[in-house]
Design a protein around this ligand. Structure first.
Ligand SMILES: Cc1ncc(COP(=O)(O)O)c(C=O)c1O
Length: 369
């Protein structure tokens, strides 16, 4: 069927996700999947909030009904929490879906997006699927160079993506830098501020980006329940934007894009402040544990504010494969042109120790070879 497909689809790459535990177990013949540690996709190793689990169990008997396509109760809860009107929020099947919706609305052949060259790769994949070009702007010290991104904007630019904190580097730009950027960004582009990891930061360190929405700027703030709220399997994310921006996204979304169980679980998770605090504490302690160990092992790493960290192991794909044989799944970074690094998700003490033990063994084997 290849010859029937649109020509620009033929050359598209596919996203390489973190490998699922069951897949690795099947491939490597591991019997006990409980022994495998997946620290590859920046999930929350605490599992979902107990409140979210209870909400899912309760919702299970209603699954013969279509969901509320407008996600009324979840949007109302989000509006209350964030202090924005409900019609400035759209809920999506993960924030990935919303990135794709932005592509449908704003991109076409001849248009381009501007992004940091080592930011979340899905932006580029969506642009390519829409026949748009990507202008990748080099980072400075693994951090978005917002001045260079402004300079890179052309008359054909439609979206500037800023992942803050950034995946996979774990770095962030602060509110003052964003303010300077927003003051200078031209009117013919929209800015997508992807804040997938923002709730991991203590509130006083979270830039107030919703003010750009309140000011009616051309901005979409994207967030997700996949990371801090521990619901990656359900696929729920949301966008906050001026009302007319949200209306554009509604035109291209599927009628029932977010399933009913996900809506209920997300609503319950939103109320679980204790779980969010526990997550923040785990990440804080876990990052300190990993950074100290990397230091002791003489490994370079990129200091992170998120729930993952880049560590320079040399020949990252080999290390990824060798770690897998030791029942630890991390993420190789050659797709981000960081072939000497792997990215590891921060876990509790025990997951971090498992990973560190395996990494030491892999590096020792390599040294002996
Ligand atoms: C920066 C960034 N944006 C968006 C996403 C997508 O998240 P979701 O699970 O909400 O689709 C991820 C997931 O890894 C991410 O790292």
């Amino acid at each position: 069927m290849k010859h029937i497909a649109n020509p620009w689809i033929q050359s598209l790459g596919t996203y390489e996700p973190g490998r699922p535990i069951e897949e690795v177990a099947r491939d490597l013949g591991f019997e006990d999947i409980e022994e495998i540690v997946k620290v590859a996709s920046n999930e929350n190793v605490l599992g979902p909030s107990p409140r979210a689990v209870a909400a899912m169990v309760k919702a299970a008997t209603k699954m013969h009904l279509y969901p509320d396509g407008g996600a009324f109760y979840l949007r109302r809860a989000l509006a209350g929490k964030l202090g924005v009107p409900m019609d400035e929020i759209l809920v999506g099947n993960g924030s990935n879906e919303i990135i794709e919706l932005l592509g449908h609305v704003f991109l076409q052949k001849g248009a381009n997006i501007v992004m940091a060259d080592r930011a979340f790769v899905v932006y580029k994949l969506v642009a390519a699927a829409m026949q748009a070009d990507t202008i990748g702007v080099p980072m400075k010290d693994f951090t978005h160079d917002l001045d260079a991104m402004l300079t890179a904007i052309t008359p054909a630019t439609r979206i500037v993506f800023i992942s803050n904190p950034n995946n996979p580097t774990g770095t962030m730009v602060d509110e003052a830098a964003l303010d300077r950027f927003m003051a200078r960004v031209p009117d013919h582009v929209v800015v997508a501020l992807d804040e997938a990891y923002i709730e991991l930061l203590p509130p006083e360190r979270q830039p107030d980006t919703l003010k750009y929405v309140r000011e009616g700027r051309h901005v979409y703030v994207l967030r997700t329940f996949s990371k801090t709220y521990g619901l990656a399997g359900l696929r729920v994310g949301y966008a906050v934007a001026p009302k007319h921006g949200i209306e554009l996204l509604h035109r291209v979304r599927q009628p029932f894009n977010v399933n009913a169980m996900a809506q209920e679980a997300a609503r319950a998770a939103l109320e679980d402040d204790e779980y969010v605090e526990r997550t923040r504490q785990m990440v804080r302690e876990g990052l300190a544990q990993l950074e100290q160990a990397f230091g002791e092992m003489g490994l370079d790493y990129v200091p992170s504010v998120a729930n993952f960290i880049l560590v320079k192991v040399g020949r990252g794909r080999d290390a990824f494969e060798a770690l897998q044989r030791r029942k630890v799944i991390v993420r190789p970074m050659d797709g981000y042109v960081l072939p000497e690094y792997v990215r590891v998700t921060v876990g509790r003490k025990k997951e971090n120790e498992h990973f560190l033990r395996a990494l030491k063994a892999v590096l020792a084997e390599r040294g002996a070879a």
